[in-house]
Design a protein around this ligand. Structure first.
Ligand SMILES: Cc1cc2nc3c(=O)[nH]c(=O)nc-3n(C[C@H](O)[C@H](O)[C@H](O)COP(=O)(O)OP(=O)(O)OC[C@H]3O[C@@H](n4cnc5c(N)ncnc54)[C@H](O)[C@@H]3O)c2cc1C
Length: 384
């Protein structure tokens, strides 16, 4: 049905993994950050993002002329695995690095590439994803936020919801309707605009997470002017462009490793207790992880070829199976060890348990729900 390449890490790549691991460990010891589960979405720390930018670890695969470092997709994969495994606070720059950069490299104008990419690579410019609306989540083509043409640009009115970290970000890649639904093709007439989140007419209102943290938002647009040079790609081509972006969004190690710090700590605890039966169960989780990881790395390698749409099905599969795996870690952990989950607990295991339990309902919703993804996989299989 689809064939994914297998990837063998080279000695240089293993050495790079060690370099990243040592760097992160050193910064934990220095107190630069406190590791946590699901840190790629809820750990926004601009100072840490700038530190990572200085290391040359944002925009790693992008051309040097745009501030990138022309490293391989696999190097980037290793880097993100290490961030997630330790639970580093990478959320501020995450979306810009993962999907806005590749989107602009593919569809952006030369002016956009020169303006945004070097700032993103330095860890100084963050992007939010503006897709979901109060009545448009899975059925994204029904978005109602509209942009009307005026001289020199577009006037945007409408609302987005569940926008992760919009309050920390500088810009949002926003899916808007630029021409009304013609009654036939609901995917036509959609466009992507870069909206400055500090522009006049933009209001950002917090939605508190289950943990009480401010992580996502409602974003309102009231006659917001967006200049013509902030249109991404072609007007009316937003659906196709957005699909290409989604493959980057769905297939990465963050769909497998959000609760890995808990799994790691669980194994340490079982070892401390000498609990052999518990370790056997935990090892089963590790073997599931191994298979998923190979699937995810294979998609990363395919994405290197530059055609996001060819990998839509395996990317959906990684997200659908991977997020179920992430959810199963706290479920299995609580059967193997006694814990007292509390966000401010002293014991690391208790803290990681609380973070995992409270964050995990969102894993199978964000980035496309499991039901919708499995529907896409089924349709894709039938069509082949
Ligand atoms: C932690 C988190 C962070 C998020 N961050 C962002 C963000 O930064 N930017 C952004 O734009 N959005 C974000 N979202 C929103 C997310 O993308 C949507 O919640 C998701 O796409 C589902 O849309 P919905 O909430 O409108 O649910 P609905 O689409 O209304 O779905 C409700 C239920 O119906 C089911 N369903 C719907 N359609 C079908 C179908 N065709 N077949 C079978 N079942 C179906 C779904 O599986 C689900 O169970 C985030 C969500 C979470 C939880």
């Amino acid at each position: 049905m689809f064939q994914l390449p297998t990837v063998q890490f080279t000695e240089e790549q293993e050495a790079f993994r060690l370099e990243v691991r040592n760097f992160l460990q050193e910064h934990v010891e220095k107190g630069t950050f406190t590791p946590k589960c699901d840190s790629w979405l809820s750990g926004a720390d601009p100072a840490f993002s700038k530190l990572i930018g200085e290391q040359g670890w944002i925009g790693m695969t992008w051309p040097k002329k745009y501030g990138g470092h022309e490293r391989s997709t696999i190097d980037r994969y290793i880097l993100t695995e290490e961030f997630l495994a330790i639970g580093a606070p990478v959320a501020a720059h995450w979306f810009a690095d993962r999907q806005t950069g590749p989107l602009l490299l593919r569809y952006g104008t030369e002016e956009q590439k020169q303006f945004f990419l070097p700032k993103i690579a330095k860890g100084e410019c963050y992007f939010a994803i503006g897709l979901s609306e109060p009545n448009s989540g899975s059925d994204l083509a029904s978005v109602k936020t509209r942009a009307e043409k005026v001289e020199g640009g577009w006037i945007v009115n409408g609302q987005k919801i569940w926008t992760s970290n919009a309050h920390v970000c500088h810009y949002m890649v926003t899916l808007v309707r630029t021409s009304p639904f013609d009654g036939k093709n609901k995917h036509a007439g959609l466009s992507q605009l870069i909206i400055d989140l500090h522009a006049k007419g933009v209001t950002i209102a917090p939605i508190k997470f289950l943990t009480g943290e401010h992580h996502f938002n409602e974003v309102f647009f009231d006659d917001v002017f967006v200049p013509d040079n902030m249109v991404v790609g072609e007007i009316g081509n937003g659906w196709e462009q957005g699909l290409a972006e989604l493959a980057f969004e769905r297939s990465g190690p963050e769909r497998i490793l959000s609760t890995f710090p808990l799994l790691d700590e669980l194994i340490q605890e079982l070892k401390r207790q000498g609990n052999k039966e518990g370790l056997k169960q935990a090892t089963k989780l590790l073997s599931r992880l191994w298979g998923l990881r190979n699937l995810s790395i294979g998609v990363a390698k395919l994405l290197e070829s530059g055609n996001g749409q060819d990998v839509a099905i395996p990317a959906s599969l990684v997200k659908a199976i991977g997020t179920k795996f992430e959810q199963s870690i706290p479920e299995i952990a609580r059967l193997l060890v006694t814990t007292y989950p509390k966000l401010d607990a002293e014991r690391i295991l208790d803290r990681y348990m609380a973070q995992s339990i409270l964050h995990s309902p969102g894993f199978t919703i964000r980035g496309g729900t499991t039901e919708v993804l499995l529907g896409m996989v089924a349709k894709g299989v039938v069509a082949r």
